[in-house]
Write a protein that binds this ligand. Structure first.
Ligand SMILES: NC(=O)c1ccc[n+]([C@@H]2O[C@H](COP(=O)([O-])OP(=O)(O)OC[C@H]3O[C@@H](n4cnc5c(N)ncnc54)[C@H](O)[C@@H]3O)[C@@H](O)[C@H]2O)c1
Length: 284
C-alpha cells in the first residue's frame, strides 16, 4: 500500500506533489481524444500504416501519409478526404536524412506542428526469407537502413518541434518475430529487435520534455498486400490457434492501442513495448 507524503515530510523541489485532498489526477487522464492532432504515419501508403492513417483521420486527427510511393500515399489521402477527414500526402525515404528533414519541414510548414510520429515504414512485404549466411550484404544493409536508421532519423527530425511544444508521442513498430527468433529472417528480426532498444533509450532522453516513446509488437497481420513470403492458410490458421484469441489478426486490431498511445491519457506511459497479437506471446 502506498502512503501519501505528510505535509511535514521533506520533498524534492523537482518532484511535483499533491495536497492530500487532491486526487492528483489531471483531467487529461480521462482524455482519449486525438482530434486536432497532427500525426505522421510513415509507410502508410498500404497495409497497416494505411489503416492507421485512415483511422486517425476518422478520429479527427490530420493524418500525414508519408511513403516512398507518393502515388499510393495520395490514394490513401483521397480515401481519407472522401470520408470527410483531413490528410496530407508526402513522399519520403525514411532512410535518407535529407528526405526525412524535408518531410518534417513540409508538415510543419503546411500544418504548423507535429504531435505524433508513428515509425511504421519498413522493408517488410517485399522481404525474402534466407538462411542468415546467404543474405546479400546489400540487402542486410538496406533493411537496417530503413527499419532502424529510418526510425532514428524520423525521431530526430520531429524531436525539436515536440521539445518546443513540451509534448509529443513517438510510437515504433516492432514485430512478434523477435520473440520467436524466426528462422531465415535474421535481417528482419535483428532490425525489429533494435527498435525495442531504441524505444527504451529514446524514452529516457525525451521524457523530461513531455515526449513519450513506446513500441508496438504486432502479431502476424493479414493486410491487402501479398508478401514475398506469404504464409500458407494452414500456417496462418495454426498461428491463430496458438493465440488466446484464436482468429486471424487484421490492421484494425492495432488501432485502439495506437490511438491510446497518441492520446493525452497515456502521458505517463513511456519506454514500453506492448504486444498486440491476440495473446500469441506473453511478456512474462
Ligand atoms: N503485416 C504483418 O504481419 C506485420 C507483423 C508485425 C510487424 N509488422 C510491421 O508493421 C509495419 C507495417 O507492416 P505492413 O504489413 O503494412 O508492411 P508493408 O510492407 O505492406 O508496407 C510498408 C510500407 O512502407 C513503405 N516503405 C518501405 N520503405 C520505405 C522507405 N524507405 N521510406 C518510406 N516508406 C517506405 C512501403 O512503400 C509500404 O507502403 C512494418 O514495420 C512491419 O515490419 C507487420
Amino acid at each position: 500500500m502506498s502512503t501519501a507524503p505528510s505535509s511535514t515530510a521533506p520533498t524534492s523541489p523537482t518532484l511535483p506533489t499533491h495536497a492530500p485532498s487532491d486526487s492528483g489526477v489531471p483531467a487529461s487522464a480521462r482524455d482519449f481524444a486525438v482530434a486536432g492532432l497532427v500525426v505522421i504515419v510513415t509507410g502508410s501508403g498500404q497495409g497497416i500504416g494505411r489503416e492507421l492513417a485512415r483511422q486517425f483521420a476518422a478520429a479527427g486527427a490530420t493524418a500525414v501519409v508519408a511513403d516512398l510511393d507518393l502515388g499510393k500515399a495520395q490514394g490513401v489521402v483521397t480515401e481519407i478526404t472522401d470520408a470527410g477527414g483531413r490528410g496530407l500526402a508526402v513522399r519520403v525515404d525514411v532512410g535518407e536524412e535529407t528526405s526525412v528533414q524535408a518531410m518534417v519541414d513540409t508538415v510543419v510548414a503546411e500544418l504548423g506542428r507535429v504531435d505524433v510520429l508513428i515509425n511504421n515504414a519498413s522493408v517488410f512485404a517485399t522481404l525474402e526469407k534466407l538462411p542468415f549466411d546467404e543474405i546479400p550484404l546489400a540487402r542486410w544493409e538496406q533493411v537496417m537502413r530503413v527499419n532502424i536508421t529510418g526510425a532514428y532519423l524520423c525521431a530526430r527530425a520531429v524531436a525539436p518541434h515536440m521539445r518546443a511544444a513540451g509534448s509529443g508521442r513517438i510510437v515504433n513498430v516492432s514485430s512478434d518475430a523477435v520473440t520467436r527468433g524466426t528462422v531465415d529472417y535474421l535481417h528482419y528480426v535483428t532490425s525489429k529487435s533494435a527498435v525495442i532498444g531504441m524505444t527504451n533509450s529514446l524514452a529516457r532522453e525525451l521524457g523530461r520534455h513531455g515526449i513519450t516513446v513506446n513500441c508496438i509488437r504486432p502479431g502476424s497481420v493479414a493486410t491487402e498486400v501479398d508478401r514475398a513470403v506469404n504464409p500458407t492458410t494452414a500456417v496462418r490458421e495454426r498461428a491463430a490457434s496458438l493465440q488466446c484469441i484464436p482468429r486471424g489478426m487484421v490492421p484494425t486490431d492495432l488501432v485502439g492501442i495506437m490511438l491510446f498511445l497518441a492520446s493525452p491519457a497515456s502521458a505517463f506511459i513511456t519506454g514500453q513495448t506492448i504486444a498486440c497479437d491476440g495473446g500469441y506471446t506473453h511478456s512474462s
